[in-house]
Design a protein around this ligand. Structure first.
Ligand SMILES: [Zn+2]
Length: 135
């Protein structure tokens, strides 16, 4: 997992664009090994995708492992699902991914190393907003 680095952009789910997404997952709820859905890398982030796959212990990526269209669709569905209130987003602690699912589908986007996603509702837990006089 990438450590926080200078130049890291922090965004909310609604602010994410396809350029922030290294990899997307779409499938039926349940097992995420790939048996119920598909992982696709963003073809515009080839070098990062190769480094990510290598870190995951996979060998070379094939053309079928990439889909610009899938990355766009999954991000759009995820944003719509959460914005509509139909599903609650789940966030990785480090902001490396965000996921949501309804009864039929599970969507996850894994972000590139330079972007992190934050849960807007957790802003009140930020120490910067901590007010000791309220205790
Ligand atoms: Zn499986």
């Amino acid at each position: 997992m990438a450590t926080k680095q200078t130049g890291t952009k922090t965004k909310t789910l609604a602010q994410l664009t396809k350029d922030d997404v290294l990899r997307s997952y779409s499938g039926r709820p349940g097992c995420m090994c790939g048996c119920l859905g598909h992982y696709k890398y963003n073809p515009y982030l080839l070098a990062e995708a190769q480094a990510d796959a290598k870190a995951d212990g996979h060998g070379g990526l094939e053309p079928g492992d990439f889909s610009s269209r899938s990355v766009s669709i999954v991000l759009g569905k995820l944003q719509k699902l959460v914005a509509s209130g139909a599903a609650q987003a789940m966030y990785d602690d480090g902001g490396a991914w965000v996921s949501a699912q309804d009864e039929a589908h599970s969507y996850t986007v894994y972000l590139r190393g330079s972007t992190r996603v934050v849960d807007p509702s957790s802003a009140s837990h930020d120490l910067a907003a901590f007010d000791p006089s309220k205790i």
